[in-house]
Ligand binder design. Structure first.
Ligand code: AMP
Length: 182
């Protein structure tokens, strides 16, 4: 099952994606991680991404779509964590896969309130987890990424999961969804 994880920053996408990708032997691709690595290395991608990330904004679609084109495995199931974040990206992913006669099967939407998301982010220690950046990322999420949730809903691939319970319970709920779709 080729899967994407959606949800606001702080929903637990990264944590759950790690656990689930191991359990179901899927290739885990976190665009946020890839960008942070690129910044660390100081390469061209890192230089392009740095200011956007620091400001709590999205890295431009063309950069992100190029990146995904490069890292998406050509065989085996994948779990995308942090991509797509815009409607453009979601459509580009569908196109990319359809040219290879493949498809995205499932979008797992980790739903939490802004309040819980904000609290969880405040408990982390990442460079882009400063209060004003957190606020901006939540605003960007509602404006740019919520339409992606609707897009997968309309195409019958969305599974909405309450991500406010403790981590273990959320992992079980996601596992049931993935298991059921096998
Ligand atoms: P994350 O680790 O998924 O929270 O991503 C951290 C930051 O990387 C985001 O706030 C964005 O600035 C950037 N980023 C990650 N994935 C994407 C994407 N698909 N499109 C645009 N920007 C992204």
């Amino acid at each position: 099952m080729n899967t994407v994880f959606l949800g606001p920053p702080g929903a637990g996408k990264g944590t759950q994606a790690l656990l689930i990708s191991k359990r179901f032997r899927m290739r885990h691709i976190s665009t946020g991680e890839l960008l942070r690595e690129a910044i660390e290395k100081g390469n061209e991608l890192g230089q392009k991404a740095r200011n956007h990330i620091d400001g709590g904004h999205l890295v431009p679609d063309d950069t992100m779509i190029d990146l995904i084109r490069k890292v998406l495995p050509s065989t085996g199931d994948f779990l995308l964590d942090g991509f797509p974040r815009t409607l453009n990206q979601a459509e580009a992913l569908d196109e990319m896969l359809s040219t290879e006669r493949r498809k995205l099967d499932l979008a797992i939407y980790l739903d939490v309130s802004d309040e819980i998301a904000g609290q969880r982010l405040m408990g982390r220690h990442r460079a882009d987890d400063r209060p004003e950046t957190i606020r901006e990322r939540l605003v960007v999420y509602h404006r740019e990424t919520e339409p992606v949730v609707d897009y997968y809903g309309k195409t019958g691939r969305l599974r909405k999961i309450d991500a406010s319970p403790p981590r273990e319970r959320v992992t079980e709920t996601i596992s049931q969804e993935l298991g059921a779709g096998k």
